[in-house]
Design a protein around this ligand. Sequence first.
Ligand SMILES: Nc1ncnc2c1ncn2[C@@H]1O[C@H](COP(=O)(O)OP(=O)(O)OP(=O)(O)O)[C@@H](O)[C@H]1O
Length: 258
Amino acid sequence: MNDRPAEIVKFDNVGLRYGTDPEVLTDLSFTLFPGSFYFLTGASGAGKTSLLKLLYLSQRPSRGSIRMFGKDMITLPRGRLPDFRRRMGVVFQNFRLVPHLSAFDNVALPLRLAGTDEAKVRRSVTDMLEWVGLSHRMHAIPETMSGGEQQRTAIARAVIARPQILIADEPTGNVDPEMALKLLRLFEALNHRVGTTVIVATHDVHLLKKVPESLIMRLNKGRLSDPTGALRYPPAPKSRPSVAGGGMMGAGTMGAGK
Ligand SMILES: Nc1ncnc2c1ncn2[C@@H]1O[C@H](COP(=O)(O)OP(=O)(O)OP(=O)(O)O)[C@@H](O)[C@H]1O
């Protein structure tokens, strides 16, 4: 009935150093549960981006154990990484949109890479761009788009393939407070309606209050300030209504536009 693992991420005594430098992440042990909403916070240089890189598998830890989706990521052969990356949506701090592709083609990328039928790609991407309030900008290339439009395109691309986990690095760093709130509502909608686990790194403490049910992980110089991991931990994931049929694609707008 439910093929999701009880936990989506489990770190045990993870450490990370770059080259021969001192560790930038030390003794990280925590669990992320499916369907929960996490903020990762801490001062600049605390290690937020480094922790997210471990999560989206672009960096291997120097020590410790990382399990994701019920599998050991440390011993996973490199060739299997793409399978696992496909389950993740990543919003990078600097968007990383493909500069010569339109908003439409950027958002379509994950579906096309997965070999999705083109008619379905067209339908899904059109729906998704509507969902993020960008129908009128679908043919625009990134350099002609505002920061907020690029950010929403990046978010649409991250969620189009309905990832099991959304990993977002300072996703509101480049937009005004009104847009920041709008984007946060998009993440909440994804979390509520699709059941995606969300982790958002931010140093903006005001954002934390905007999602009352979120769980807060605080990094301090590479350590989680609560040694047990995420603060205000849930004993178990909250149950979410199951998503039938089109799920997010069929959900119409989710408050992204106005
Ligand atoms: N590729 C790298 N090589 C060497 N050191 C690095 C590398 N990436 C990050 N660091 C160092 O690791 C530490 C943590 O950096 P990280 O970018 O993870 O922090 P952060 O909390 O995301 O900071 P910010 O909020 O400013 O983005 C910093 O001291 C940084 O200089």
